[in-house]
Design a binder for this molecule. Structure first.
Ligand code: ATP
Ligand code: MG
Length: 352
């Protein structure tokens, strides 16, 4: 089967280390493997507006930020088509047709939307567009016949709903028009939903609990030194808890045995470090400084590339604009296939 990959991010802020392990690493792997027909990377500005309607500037300013984050993290624009969602108006039309295939009760059962609604304090004033974003996300994926979608696990309900919409469309209009996409998650479970520095929830741009790829060394260090650990691990000699401890979660996600040899040679691996922490006698400062070394090593080259890329912003905008036109042409073909299957081609006989 031909592999078509689509994935994306909302331009609500800069990309963070949760994105790095949750989706960017898998994107880089897929990019290097190269065994795909097309690889689309979408900056989801229309989706970002569903909970930022009054803050268009934030969305606008973050489009270029996210694009620079992609390129500095190693996404190759010659291998991956990076585009802006609102440049593909066909997606909005598709969303309208898909809305007729989803019930309100199905929408309200989506656990990620429920969690995000709570986090954004929407309670009784949920914008309809926000409630419906899983439907518009289905359009994003299905418009490009994407069968592979690399994501973090908060997106699993969206992919499930996309599959339901695809099945509903194909069965309602009795033609095999739309694909059934599969989510690709990171192998490492910690990476599927990296916790925020406050330890309370998923690291999210909208929650302000992030270490950003672009953070300067002193900011990274400060965020790590303030990260949530085990509140009962007060004295160095106290036994500590590793579960729910942000520093150990990040070590699970980022640390390799080589890091011990380089920065903490008295331990062989993470397991040994955990045993010592649980037993007592290992202080938070030591594990935080170790994590800081690992993060600095990972983020320094990304930050350096970003500084170079920032000098060529016009070129990046040009690339996004050209890619938007290409993406729109592809989506137009899928939309035509959908309309033909639905019988929305009433005036076709007039076209010669
Ligand atoms: P927002 O707060 O605006 O929703 P976000 O930080 O959740 O922003 P998104 O743009 O919604 O980021 O997510 C883009 C992609 O990154 C999705 O595939 C999502 O699953 C993944 N992702 C986001 N946050 C994390 C995280 N903390 N751990 C792992 N993957 C993540
Ligand atoms: Mg999100």
């Amino acid at each position: 089967m031909k592999k078509i990959i689509l994935t994306g991010d909302r331009p609500t802020g800069n990309l963070h280390i949760g994105h790095y392990v949750g989706s960017i690493q898998n994107r880089l792997k897929l990019q290097e493997a190269g065994d795909y027909e097309k690889f689309y990377l979408m900056i989801a500005d229309t989706q970002a507006l569903t909970d930022n309607a009054d803050n268009v500037d934030k969305v606008k300013n973050n489009i270029i930020q996210v694009a620079i984050d992609y390129l500095s993290a190693g996404i190759d624009p010659n291998k991956v088509t990076i585009f802006i969602q609102s440049q593909v108006p066909e997606l909005a039309e598709m969303t309208m047709y898909f809305m007729n295939l989803v019930t309100l009760s199905r929408l309200t059962r989506n656990p990620t939307v429920k969690e995000e609604t709570k986090m954004r304090g929407f309670t009784s004033s949920i914008p309809v567009g926000f409630m419906c974003y899983p439907i518009s996300q289905a359009a994003d994926i299905l418009a490009f016949d994407a069968n592979i979608v690399p994501v973090g696990d908060d997106q699993l309900p969206m992919i499930e709903q996309t599959r339901e919409i695809s099945r509903a469309f194909n069965s309602t209009y009795k033609q095999n028009v739309l694909v059934l996409p599969e989510a690709v998650l990171p192998e490492n479970e910690t990476c599927r939903r990296l916790v925020g520095t406050d330890g309370s929830a998923k690291m999210s741009k909208s929650a302000g609990n992030c270490i950003y790829l672009k953070d300067e060394p002193d900011v990274i260090k400060q965020k790590i030194m303030n990260a949530y650990t085990d509140p009962n691990h007060i004295k160095v000699t106290d036994p500590g808890k590793v579960e729910g401890n942000v520093v150990f979660e990040y070590l699970d996600a980022f640390c390799k045995d080589e890091h011990f040899a380089k920065y903490l040679p008295e331990y062989k691996n993470l397991e040994e470090l955990k045993v010592h922490y649980r037993r007592g006698g290992l202080g938070d400062v030591k594990i935080k400084l170790f994590l800081n070394n690992i993060m600095q090593e990972l983020l320094a080259p990304i930050r350096e590339r970003r500084k170079e890329l920032e000098k060529n912003v016009d070129e990046i905008y040009k690339m996004l604009f050209e890619n938007g036109k290409k993406a729109s042409a592809v989506a137009a073909q899928t939309l035509q296939r959908m309309k033909d299957a639905m019988g929305i081609n009433y005036l076709k006989f007039l076209k010669k």
